[in-house]
Design a protein around this ligand. Structure first.
Ligand code: NAD
Length: 715
C-alpha cells in the first residue's frame, strides 16, 4: 500500500492523504515513488472532478530531507540536479491536471511543503498558530529549488515575492492570506477537507480554476518582468542592496534574486529548469552544509537539551533576584519579567534600582506604541519587577544573579552578605564576563550551587546565554541555569570554567589581531573594512570602541592583579595599544568621548587622526587576503583550543556560541564548522604559512591534525 492514501468519492473528487513512514511527510525517495505512482493513477483516472491534497500528520509537509541534502556530494551536482528535475516533473504533472487541485493545509507547510501547495490551484488552511506557511530555505543556506522561487515570482511578482524568500519568512495563515500566499482559511480542522472539496465542486466547470495563471494564454506577471522600464529601479537597486546586506557571502540569496529576475522574463518551464540548475549548485555548496549543520541539526540538539544533565528534574524559576540594576541587570530584569518571572531588582540606592526598572518601562512603552502589546499586559509585566535597595527583599528567591561591577572583591562581598536570602536549594549565578567562576565561588557557602550565567549586551536583543560550570558546580545548578535560560526564551550554551570562558576569550583574539595589524602600520579603516568583509557584524576596532577600551584596560589590570594575565596567549601588543589609547591619550571608547574613532554631532564618525600618527605606515605591506585570514583564523584557532582543552563541551556549543554570541559569520556555520568545509589539509597548510609569516599564534592546534588523520569531521 502506498504512503499516499488514494480515495475517490461519489463526486469524482480524489483525496490524496500523505502519511509517510516516520513522524513527518518529507521530500525523500519514499515521497518520490509515492508521488510518481499517484500521478500515474490520477492521469489515468476516469470521471475525475478534482483532487484534494491532504496530510495525515500534524505537519502538512516538512520539505526536503535535510540529511539527504547534507549528504549531497559536490562532485555529483549533476546527479543531484537530475533527481531534483524528476521530482519537479511530477509536481508539474500535478499542476497540469485538467481538473482543480486544492491543498488542505492542516499544519506547517514550510519549504518543500509550501512548494507542494504552490502547484495546487487553491490553498485553504486551518486558521491556527501551529500552521506556519513560508519558504525558509535561505536561512539554511539553500533556496526553494522545487519550483518555489519560480511560482512565487509568477504569483506575486518579483518585488513582492523576494522578501518572503530572502528573509525566510514564516507566516501564520491570516498573514499568508493577506499576502496572497493562500486563498482561504477555516476555523476548525473538521472543516478543512470539506472546504477544499466544496471549492472544487463550486469550480468544476470553471476552466480557470483548473489551470495556473502562468499557464494561461496572455498571462502577465504582476508588476511586470524585471526588464520592463517600470522595474528599472528594482533591477538596479535590488542586487546592490542585497550585496550591502549580505556582503556577497550568501550564494543562496544571490541565486534567489537571479532566478526570480529570470523567471519574470521567461516561460515557466524554462524558468524551472534554470532554478533546478542553480539549486544543484547551491545545495552542494559548502555554505549549505555549514548552515544546515549548525542552524538545523546543532541548534535543535542544543534546544532539545543535549548539554543539560538528564537526571535532574525540570525546575522553573519563580522568583529571581538581580543584584546590580546597571546596563546588564536592567536587561536581565526585563527578559525575566517578560517571561512571567517575579523579579527583585536590587542596587545600592533606591534611585539606581528605579532607574533600572525604568528601562523595562521604556521597552514596554515601545511595544505598546508598535501595537505589539496592550497597556494592561505591560502593566502586569512591570508589576513583576520590585526595584529595591534592601537585601531582605531577596528573601525566598530560587535564583540570584549578580551583575555588579566587574570586581572580584565586591563580588565576593555581596555573595557572602546576600546568599542567606536564597530559598532552600536556591542557586547563585554570576554574570561576570571575565572572572573565573571557580574563584568567585570561593566566597559561597555552597559552591556546588554557584554557576556562571553570562549574558550579552543588549540583553533584550541578544539570543545567547553562556552558562559556565565551575570546578564545584553541581548538575542541579547546571540544570537550573539551563532551564532558566530557556524559560526566558534564549539559547543556552554550556562551557567549562576558564579565563574569559569561550566567548570572551575567542572574541578577544579578533581584537588582539587588530591591535597587531595596527601596530604593523595597516590603516585602521582597512582593518575594520576587511573584518566586515569576512561577515563579522562590526570591524574589530569599532567594536572595541563600543564595548569600551576603558573596560579592556580595567580587565587587563584585574587579571594582572590576579596573576593570570597571559594565561591564554601573549596579549602584550593589545595591552600596549589599550595603554597608548586610554592612558596616554585619554581615548577610552565611544562612551568615554571617543576611541579609535571620533564621533560627531550629526551621528557620523571618522578615524581619530591621532591614531594614524601613532601607528600608520603607508609602506606597510600586507595583502587583503592575509589580513582577512588573520582576523578569522585567530578566532577559529582559539575556538579549536577551547574544544581541545575541554572549555567547550561540544562542537554544537562552539558553533552556536560563536554565531549568536560573538558574531561569527553565519555562512561559515560557526568557528569550528568553518574548518570542516575549509578542508583539514588546506587549513593546516594555511596555518603553517601564517605562522611562518606572522608568528606562533597561528600554529594549528593538534586536534585538527588528529581529525585530519581520522578523516572525521568536527561534529
Ligand atoms: P554597570 O556599571 O552598568 O552596572 C553595575 C551596577 O551594579 C551599578 O548600577 C551599581 O550601582 C551596581 N552595584 C554595585 N555594587 C552593588 C551592590 N553591592 N549591590 C547591588 N548593586 C551594586 O555594569 P554592567 O555593564 O551592567 O556589568 C555588570 C556585570 O556584568 C559585570 O560583571 C560585567 O563584567 C558583566 N557583563 C557586562 C557586559 C557588558 O557588555 N557590559 C556583558 C556581559 C557581562
Amino acid at each position: 500500500m502506498s504512503v499516499f492514501k488514494y480515495e475517490k468519492n461519489n463526486d469524482g473528487i480524489v483525496t490524496i492523504t500523505m502519511d509517510m513512514t516516520g513522524p513527518v511527510n518529507a521530500m525523500n525517495q519514499e515521497y518520490h515513488q509515492a508521488m510518481h505512482e499517484t500521478m500515474d493513477k490520477l492521469e489515468a483516472e476516469e470521471g475525475l472532478t478534482g483532487v484534494v491534497l491532504a496530510s495525515a500528520k500534524k505537519v502538512f509537509f516538512a520539505g526536503g530531507d535535510l540529511n539527504d541534502l547534507l549528504a549531497a556530494d559536490p562532485s555529483d551536482a549533476e546527479g543531484f540536479r537530475q533527481n531534483t528535475e524528476a521530482m519537479k516533473a511530477d509536481l508539474r504533472r500535478l499542476e497540469k491536471l485538467p481538473v482543480p487541485v486544492a491543498a488542505a493545509i492542516n499544519g506547517a507547510a514550510l519549504g518543500g511543503g509550501y512548494e507542494l501547495c504552490l502547484v495546487c490551484n487553491h490553498r485553504v488552511a486551518w486558521n491556527h498558530k501551529a500552521v506556519q506557511i513560508g519558504l525558509p530555505e535561505c536561512s539554511l543556506g539553500l533556496f526553494p529549488g522545487g519550483g518555489g522561487v519560480v511560482r512565487m515570482t509568477n504569483m506575486l511578482g518579483v518585488e513582492k515575492a523576494l522578501p518572503f524568500i530572502l528573509e525566510s519568512k514564516r507566516l501564520v495563515p491570516e498573514k499568508a492570506l493577506a499576502a496572497g500566499m493562500i486563498d482561504a482559511t477555516v476555523d476548525t480542522l473538521e472543516e478543512l477537507v470539506p472546504a477544499a472539496k466544496a471549492w472544487i465542486l463550486a469550480n468544476k466547470d470553471n476552466q480557470d480554476a483548473a489551470s495556473q495563471p502562468w499557464d494561461r494564454k496572455g498571462f502577465r506577471i504582476p508588476g511586470g518582468p524585471i526588464n520592463s522600464p517600470k522595474n528599472g529601479q528594482l533591477a538596479m537597486m535590488g542586487p546592490t542592496m542585497l550585496h550591502q546586506k549580505t556582503r556577497g557571502l550568501l550564494p543562496q540569496a544571490i541565486a534567489v534574486m537571479d532566478v526570480a529576475f529570470q523567471a519574470s522574463m521567461l516561460d515557466v518551464d524554462t524558468a524551472l529548469r534554470i532554478e533546478g540548475r542553480e539549486f544543484a549548485r547551491i545545495a552542494t555548496n559548502p555554505v549549505a552544509k555549514n548552515m544546515i549543520t549548525t542552524f538545523f541539526f546543532q541548534l535543535n540538539q542544543i534546544n532539545a537539551g543535549a548539554s543539560r544533565p538528564k537526571d535532574v528534574e525540570k525546575s522553573p524559576t519563580r522568583k529571581v533576584g538581580i543584584l546590580g540594576a546597571g546596563m546588564m541587570g536592567q536587561g536581565i530584569a526585563y527578559s525575566s519579567a517578560m517571561s512571567g518571572i517575579e523579579v527583585v531588582l536590587k542596587d545600592i540606592s533606591q534611585e539606581a534600582a528605579d532607574k533600572g526598572k525604568a528601562y523595562s518601562e521604556k521597552l514596554l512603552a515601545k511595544r505598546i506604541k508598535r501595537g505589539q502589546m496592550d497597556e494592561a499586559k505591560a502593566g502586569q509585566i512591570l508589576s513583576l519587577i520590585n526595584a529595591t535597595d534592601q537585601d531582605s527583599d531577596l528573601q525566598g528567591c530560587d535564583l540570584i544573579i549578580e551583575a555588579v561591577f566587574e570586581n572580584i572583591d565586591l563580588k565576593h562581598k555581596i555573595t557572602k552578605s546576600t546568599e542567606q536570602y536564597l530559598a532552600d536549594d536556591g542557586f547563585w549565578g554570576s554574570n561576570t564576563s571575565t572572572l573565573p567562576i571557580t574563584q568567585l565561588a570561593e566566597a559561597s557557602s555552597k559552591p556546588e550551587n554557584f554557576i556562571g550565567i553570562h549574558f550579552f549586551s543588549p540583553v533584550d536583543k541578544m539570543p545567547l546565554v553562556e552558562i559556565i560550570v565551575g570546578e564545584k558546580t553541581s548538575d542541579a545548578a547546571l540544570a537550573k541555569a539551563f532551564d532558566y535560560v530557556q524559560q526566558i526564551r534564549k539559547t543556552p550554551i554550556v562551557v567549562n570554567d576558564s579565563l574569559g570562558f569561550f566567548t570572551s576569550r575567542t572574541f578577544s583574539t579578533y581584537l588582539d589581531e587588530a591591535a597587531n595589524l595596527l601596530v604593523e602600520g595597516i590603516h585602521p579603516a582597512r582593518i575594520d573594512n576587511l573584518g566586515r568583509s569576512l561577515g563579522m557584524p562590526v570591524g574589530p576596532l569599532q567594536v572595541q570602541d563600543e564595548t569600551s577600551l576603558e573596560l579592556s584596560r580595567k580587565a587587563a589590570e584585574t587579571w594582572a592583579e590576579m596573576g593570570v594575565q597571559d594565561k591564554w596567549g601573549d596579549g602584550a601588543i593589545a595591552r600596549k595599544v589599550v595603554d597608548d589609547m586610554v592612558v596616554k591619550n585619554g581615548r577610552g571608547g565611544r562612551h568615554h568621548g571617543g576611541g579609535f574613532y571620533e564621533y560627531h554631532q550629526d551621528g557620523s564618525k571618522s578615524i581619530w587622526p591621532g591614531l594614524l600618527d601613532l601607528y600608520y605606515d603607508a609602506e606597510a605591506d600586507n595583502q587583503d587576503q592575509d589580513i582577512r585570514d588573520r582576523l578569522m583564523f585567530r578566532q577559529v584557532i582559539e575556538s579549536l583550543k577551547c574544544l581541545e582543552s575541554g572549555v567547550l563541551r561540544s562542537v554544537a556549543d562552539g558553533n552556536i556560541g560563536s554565531i549568536f554570541g560573538i558574531g561569527a559569520p553565519p555562512h561559515t556555520g560557526g568557528f569550528i564548522q568553518y574548518v570542516n568545509t575549509y578542508g583539514f589539509a588546506k587549513f593546516i597548510a594555511r596555518c603553517e604559512q601564517l605562522t611562518e609569516r606572522y608568528g606562533d599564534r597561528f600554529q594549528c592546534p593538534q586536534i585538527v591534525r588528529d581529525h585530519a588523520a581520522s578523516g572525521e569531521l568536527f561534529a
